[in-house]
Design a protein around this ligand. Sequence first.
Ligand SMILES: Nc1ncnc2c1ncn2[C@@H]1O[C@H](COP(=O)(O)OP(=O)(O)OP(=O)(O)O)[C@@H](O)[C@H]1O
Length: 220
Amino acid sequence: MIQAKEIVKSYGSLQVLKGVSVVIKKGEIVSVTGASGAGKSTLLHILSTIDRADSGHVVVDGIDTGKLNDRKLAEFRNRKVGFVFQFHHLLPEFTALENVCIPAFIAGTGRRGAELRAMELLDFLNLKDRSSHKPSELSGGEQQRIAVARALINSPSVIMADEPSGNLDSTNARQLHQLFFELREKFSQTILIVTHNEELAEMADRRLFMRDGLIFDHKT
Ligand SMILES: Nc1ncnc2c1ncn2[C@@H]1O[C@H](COP(=O)(O)OP(=O)(O)OP(=O)(O)O)[C@@H](O)[C@H]1O
């Protein structure tokens, strides 16, 4: 489902990824931990095609992303990959429902179809009655669940989360963690989570660990 081979990435003279290879199977939930600066976010950005590697290959859903031009890559990302970040990045002037719909509009879905799908997702996430609220009128946990709904609207095959619960209190963090497992049950999604949260890392099917730009199986 996600295959990365010999990924190398440098920023100036700093080589951040030094030949990272990883395979993540369809429907698998994998966590990545490691010290600050180890290269976790950089790897996630490359696997999710937000950023390009200097060398190496990233294949998602059988598509070699290195072969796509920028326009095709943006289209691919919009349809195939859902993102959840530490800070939800919801647009403050739009309602929860509108925020969730935005990736669907970008994909060319009509307003009615997008809103129907968004309401289904908000219902699944117990947020239906918050749909007309702006982000500032929602709690941190609700904002993050809205961001999850936004990540799901185009039914991506892959969800990538970078410190998704880093900004939440322990109760909301636990609920969000549980949600990832419910998503896998319901939508068979492949989920890759970068986290400093040991409890979340431990819940995953498989744990990976990064050190100095290299990736390892996590040994308990
Ligand atoms: N755009 C950039 N330009 C220059 N250096 C960068 C850039 N992005 C990341 N780096 C550097 O690359 C290294 C790895 O960063 P990265 O964000 O991948 O680490 P991380 O393991 O996710 O850390 P953290 O746990 O603190 O989020 C760091 O030394 C960082 O300063």
